[in-house]
Design a protein around this ligand. Structure first.
Ligand code: NDP
Length: 475
């Protein structure tokens, strides 16, 4: 595999032609150099309100049985004051700080100190040292892909403790959920602030830094493209792909354990949430090498959006269904459970196959079969900052011929399935589908803007060939 990628990289290098010093508009790909008022207003809004949104959701479960409306009614009618709600909120504890520090330190050790061994015995799994995409400055970073191994080791230890050692209760995460929220926030803000200072004073690669001159925008969207400490500790891969996302499945397991403790049984809805989200998380780790080519790693700079988002937003808001089911244990009838399972699995299939088709197409430079036929594509070119010209291809076959982001459509179907497990009594569990719809629709637009800056008229040819974004004939 590594040999194949080396060959591909050298082929790419052979393909490129140099136009020294000629910076055309095509080199403006990557995140923005200038900030418009709408982006700035959205960023300030998010910086101010995203932490409050997370607090509000988690507090409403803790104090109001997951009702999002009751706290507002209480405040408006004067039966509670903000200070009452705040006084009832658990504070930061030494125990939570200890658990959280141990957790993050353990994940750092797994990430940095244990080279991948899974690729040596799991057929088809791509792990070990892999190359990322070409950055706007023309750098190709190497990554140690060992997330699957970290996930397996962590979960083996979790189950060994739950069934054999009993050092701590499997409900530990649920039982410390709000104190842990404060710890996650401390880490999220600390790492984002550190990344900003690092971008100014000791960047890993100065040519891949972007300064808009606007403090808020730079803090939120990041300055450095791939901040690293040493050769291997990559901030983006670690924070995107370790403490938060590995915790996702453990958090759900902790919720299931809490249901068992409170009600003496685990509901089928909780099992569905654990299974469907477990597949999604495991898919992420199985395809971690592919993940190096997604927008998060290829195009986003590392700032508060990723740093705080991965530490707080992801583990707290992506797991709301399991949390809700602790307070409202829903037992679905068989027909509904099967229907939701099918929606989740079909969504996952579309998500995976669409991503796989692009990955296969790009890896083989179009020399592959998509749905039994040689893929069709549009040739395109782009330039890096130093004026080097690269060639690429945009596929118009398979799911990529149906819509330009059919992988998002599959993701949204899966997201809806998680929410439906919770029934229709409250809106809180539906936050996820609303959020994902906004996130992925915005991402379509952001990605297309970037692709247009990168590929110019070639991108226009592509959008003419594949006119819809998410749903053929609709959008
Ligand atoms: P994509 O995997 O769709 O990557 C978009 C990039 O692919 C484009 O920028 C372009 O990059 C390339 N590309 C676009 N069209 C084509 C084509 N026709 N043929 C070949 N290459 C093409 O997007 P993301 O990275 O955003 O998402 C990856 C997955 O992660 C998705 O399935 C998404 O649903 C999921 N996701 C989940 C999130 C979550 O929070 N759960 C958040 C974000 C994403 P290039 O410059 O290389 O041409």
């Amino acid at each position: 595999m590594a040999a194949h990628q080396e060959k591909k990289a050298s082929e790419e290098r052979n393909h490129k032609s140099t136009r020294n010093g000629t910076r055309t508009s095509q080199v403006q790909w990557g995140r923005a150099w200038e900030v418009d008022w709408f982006s700035l207003a959205s960023i300030i809004f998010l910086l101010m309100f995203a932490p409050l949104i997370v607090y509000y959701f988690i507090m409403s479960c803790d104090q109001y049985q997951c009702s999002l409306i009751d706290p507002v009614i209480d405040l408006l009618t004067g039966s509670e004051y903000l200070s009452d709600i705040w006084n009832k909120t658990p504070t930061l504890t030494y125990r939570a700080a200890g658990i959280y520090s141990l957790w993050v330190a353990f994940q750092v050790v797994l990430y940095v100190c244990i080279p991948d061994f899974c690729h040596k015995f799991l057929p088809g799994y791509v792990g070990g040292v892999q190359e990322g995409a070409v950055t706007p400055a023309g750098v190709v970073n190497k990554y140690e892909i060992n997330g699957l191994q970290a996930w397996i080791i962590t979960h083996v230890l979790w189950f060994a403790n739950a069934y054999y050692f009993h050092f701590f209760s499997p409900t530990i995460i649920f039982d410390n959920w709000i104190p842990l929220l404060w710890c996650a926030n401390i880490l999220g803000y600390a790492v984002s602030t550190f990344a900003m200072i690092k971008g100014y004073f000791f960047p890993t690669n100065a040519k891949d830094c972007k300064f808009t001159g606007n403090f808020f925008y730079d803090y939120m969207m990041g300055i450095e493209f791939n901040p690293r400490i040493g050769k291997w500790f990559d901030f983006k891969l670690f924070f995107n792909g370790r403490p938060g996302i590995i915790a996702w499945t453990l958090i759900n397991l902790s919720y299931a354990a809490k249901q068992q403790e409170l009600y003496g049984q685990v509901t089928n809805s909780m099992i569905l949430v654990n299974v469907l989200q477990g597949i999604y998380v495991l898919d992420f780790f199985w395809n971690e090498a592919w993940y190096l080519k997604t927008i998060d790693i290829c195009h986003d700079h590392f700032g508060w959006y990723l740093g705080w988002g991965d530490c707080v937003w992801l583990p707290y808001l992506y797991t709301l269904q399991g949390l809700y089911l602790v307070y409202h244990p829903v037992q679905l009838c068989t027909a509904n459970a099967v229907g939701i399972l099918m929606l989740g699995l079909i969504g996952y299939y579309i998500f995976r196959m669409t991503n796989h088709q692009k990955d296969l197409f790009r890896r083989t430079n179009g020399n592959c079969k998509i749905w039994g036929r040689k893929p069709e594509y549009i040739e395109c070119s782009y330039m890096s900052v130093d004026g080097t010209k690269y060639y690429s291809k945009l596929m118009t076959s398979g799911f990529w011929g149906w819509a330009r982001h059919f992988n998002y459509t599959g993701d949204l179907m899966g997201s809806l399935a998680y929410c439906l497990t919770c029934g229709f009594d409250h809106i809180l569990p539906y936050f996820y589908i609303v959020y994902m719809t906004i996130l992925l629709t915005h991402r379509c637009i952001r990605d297309e803007h970037r692709c247009f800056s990168k590929y110019g008229k070639d991108w226009k040819h592509y959008t003419a060939a594949v006119p819809y974004r998410l749903l053929p004939g609709v959008f």
